[in-house]
Design a protein around this ligand. Sequence first.
Ligand SMILES: [Zn+2]
Length: 462
Amino acid sequence: MSYASELLNSMMRKNDDEGTVPTEEPNRDSGKRGKKRSHDEGGEDDGSITDVKNIAPKAKKRPASEPAALTAEEMPKNILFEVRDGIRHLKPYWTTYNSNAKGRWIGRKMVDVFQQEFLSQNVNYAKVACKLGRIFINGKQMTDPNYVFQNNDRILHIAHRHEHPVLDKPAISFVADTDDLLVVNKPPSMPVHPCGQYKVHTVLGLLQTVHNRTGLRVLHRLDRTTSGILLFAKNYETDLRFKQTLKAGHWKKEYVAMVEGVFPETEIKCEEPIGTLVVTMGIQCIRKDGKPAQSTFRRVWTDGKVSVVRCNIETGRTHQIRVHLQYLGFPIVGDQLYNSDVWGPTKGKLADYGKPYETLCKDISDAHRSSLWHETVDPKYEQRMKDIANDETIVPEGESLSLDERPAYDPVCLGCNVVKRIPTMDHFRLHLHCLCYETEDWSFSTEMPEWAEHPKESDKSS
Ligand SMILES: [Zn+2]
């Protein structure tokens, strides 16, 4: 049996949640769009979105009955990392992406499908990967880019993976560890579960590779840049009970945020409806046809320039706190999405965007797109890809070449051939932290994050 067939067999048991081609686009494996979500300040603001026109396939939604737990075999092991200036960089590694042919792929040429579905890759990537023998269909190396997809085709793609870096500190800390629940204080900078260019560098990935914790079920999410209380169920019963509690509305959640300006001393309630502005990016705004949303804010302290506020939410719309604070005229400090002039001269205060939704949508998309990780692609890379794609004498890599035997640098890997931006702290961390989460059965809370402590009275609680 060839190496690929073995791999394929071992993967048949796994969830098909990886996509086929490495892409900067999050896989949206949480089924966010169009799906009623539980009440987290969710959304997929992972900064890795590359193209509004991206039509990367939505991964299969997991049926409610299917365990969401990652199995031990899914996580790459022993990946080396390096900490530079407080940032944890993972060494790129070889991996396999596997999936079934999607309905819309059937009857179409492989090269056409890959080119259209994965816009963030080099235009010649699909052809090159194929010619190099890195694509396997139903266990057989497929070097013909013109191969036409058939029903039930199982596709395996070998590629070099570059994960995005995350903050080294704070590390994940445990808040509670019972028979049923694992509660952690999630650090900013990492998403909860694998998506796009994050796999090991996720809360689940690090819990598994650093803390040897597996079989955890994600009960709710926090945005990549948000920190705070995050719960996992250790068994199906707890998972189910939690969902019933949420459905019954028996929960309370408190956040803390640092906002621009002097927030008023009196409590402020915001009840503006929230709807989607940019569907492909999950960006929200205040709109009359949006969903009801309710947040209450109380000032903790202000130094005359910024204020720290506590936020209680009654509903859990995507980016609710960020959007409501923007509406009130006190956007979160450093919020790369919602604290920007792109929202109009008053940064979207009172939903006065000063332009129609269509224009706003385009401006926001453009602005966000320019905040990419990739700074410049080596021009030699573009030429090389073109040359290989047109070279009829290319000999495919050996079918049995294992992942371990492959070199550290891959001439056809985009990640190996770009100069990356040095991200600012705002890219890693939002001044938004989930302080407390409680239901009738339990209550979990964390300390105030460092930035929320009063500058002069950091030893006193206010
Ligand atoms: Zn690479």
